[in-house]
Ligand binder design. Structure first.
Ligand SMILES: Cc1cc2nc3c(=O)[nH]c(=O)nc-3n(C[C@H](O)[C@H](O)[C@H](O)COP(=O)(O)O)c2cc1C
Length: 364
């Protein structure tokens, strides 16, 4: 198989910086970089992105068929996910000395989001870019309880700087009372979500569809359903190992209260809760939030710190302002996280590039 054919069918997680095609064509380089792009986190591991490659340019678009309609009607979390992929692509390109030119497209061009072209001249890669690039395959969402160990304060400055560098703000708290308040809002949101039949139906359909695809993680679905199988330790290794009958799904949902209580205890016991906020709430802000999120997560990964998401309250318009109040910030909450020390989580699968990349015919 040619190098290009190999990249299209390989598991993107196997990407190795040492294989950078220094002498390859611009399209080969872009394809190589896309292996980093698709390792971004995404809501329900939906991987809601598409890439069109040709003439040395890649166009990133949202794949709207993968949007979660019940909790993400306007595509806010899908665009945050795409922002993470854009950040990975940018950072990996810079780390190989191929500084990209990026054009963010106007909303009228949606679902297309941005075009990325690699600069002609070789640029000097910074140590920071290489550090963040190397953290891309190492970053994993964890869902368990963190170790009872505080996070050093200088590290918190790094996280805030990372968010600010991408035009967002990260507010954090290690105060016990504040963590309790956050935990109680998260528990309220979990209960509201799980009592909504549209939400439950969408999670159920999502599970069935992903099971057919074999490439997507079910972990967040189980975590959100409150099914004990959501605990990483008993997570089935392959989606088709899950018994997918209606009875087992309903048993999972029936555990809503238990799930909310477990989540609440985990939040209260986390060394740190943090809220990523943007000044506006447009699609451009969501894309910026995704880039900021990914810079924050990779900065944390590089320092051996793990993150876990608590996004249900942000998915409910009624609870979103409450979070801003608790953290004492103005602006629009985009992602709620907890941080701490945790044993490495096992990796989630990604779709290979041939499922997300198309090629444009060369222009005359
Ligand atoms: C915008 C956004 C919201 C998310 N919300 C949640 C959440 O509420 N609960 C959860 O367990 N995971 C959440 N996740 C994490 C995804 O489930 C995770 O990124 C995905 O399964 C891929 O796994 P990985 O992050 O380990 O690569 C969220 C991710 C994104 C980007």
């Amino acid at each position: 198989m040619s190098d290009q054919g190999h990249m299209l069918h390989a598991d993107p997680r196997q990407v190795k910086a040492g294989n950078w095609p220094d002498d390859g064509s611009a399209d080969e380089k872009l394809l190589f970089l896309l292996q980093y792009a698709v390792l971004a986190p995404s809501i329900l591991n939906s991987q809601p992105w598409r890439f069109s490659v040709g003439d040395g340019t890649v166009t990133l678009s949202e794949d709207r068929t993968r949007r979660l309609r019940s909790v993400d009607q306007h595509g806010r979390e899908a665009l945050i996910s795409c922002g993470g992929a854009l950040f990975n692509l940018r950072t990996a390109a810079c780390s190989f000395g191929a500084e990209p030119e990026i054009d963010l497209l106007a909303e009228a061009e949606a679902p297309a989001i941005a075009t990325i072209r690699l600069g002609e001249a070789a640029a000097q890669a910074s140590e920071e870019d290489r550090r963040l690039r190397d953290a891309i395959p190492e970053r994993r969402t964890v869902r368990g309880r963190f170790e009872d160990r505080p996070i050093p304060s200088e590290f918190l400055d790094h996280l805030q700087e990372a968010a600010a560098a991408e035009g967002a703000r990260l507010a954090w708290s290690d105060d016990v009372e504040r963590r309790r308040e956050v935990a109680s809002v998260v528990a309220e949101a979990e209960r509201t979500h799980l009592s909504d039949p549209r939400y439950r139906d969408e999670l159920r359909d999502w599970l069935r569809d992903r099971r057919r695809e074999h490439h997507d993680s079910l972990r967040e679905v189980y975590a959100r359903m409150g099914n004990p199988a959501g605990r990483t330790s008993v997570q089935p290794a392959r989606p088709d190992e899950v018994t997918m009958n209606a009875a087992s799904l309903m048993r999972g949902f029936a555990a809503a209260d238990t799930a909310a209580a477990r989540q609440q205890a985990q939040v209260e016991a986390s060394p740190l809760v943090a809220l990523l906020v943007t000044a506006g709430d447009t699609s451009a802000d969501w894309l910026a939030a995704g880039q900021a999120l990914q810079r924050v997560l990779l900065t944390a990964t590089a320092e051996g710190i793990s993150a876990s998401y608590l996004n249900p309250p942000i998915e409910q318009p009624r609870l979103r302002p409450r979070l801003a109040e608790i953290f004492g910030v103005t602006g629009h909450p985009q992602v709620l996280l907890r941080f701490g020390y945790h044993a490495p989580a096992s990796p989630t699968p990604r779709r290979p590039l041939h499922e997300v990349v198309s090629f444009e015919a060369p222009h005359e």
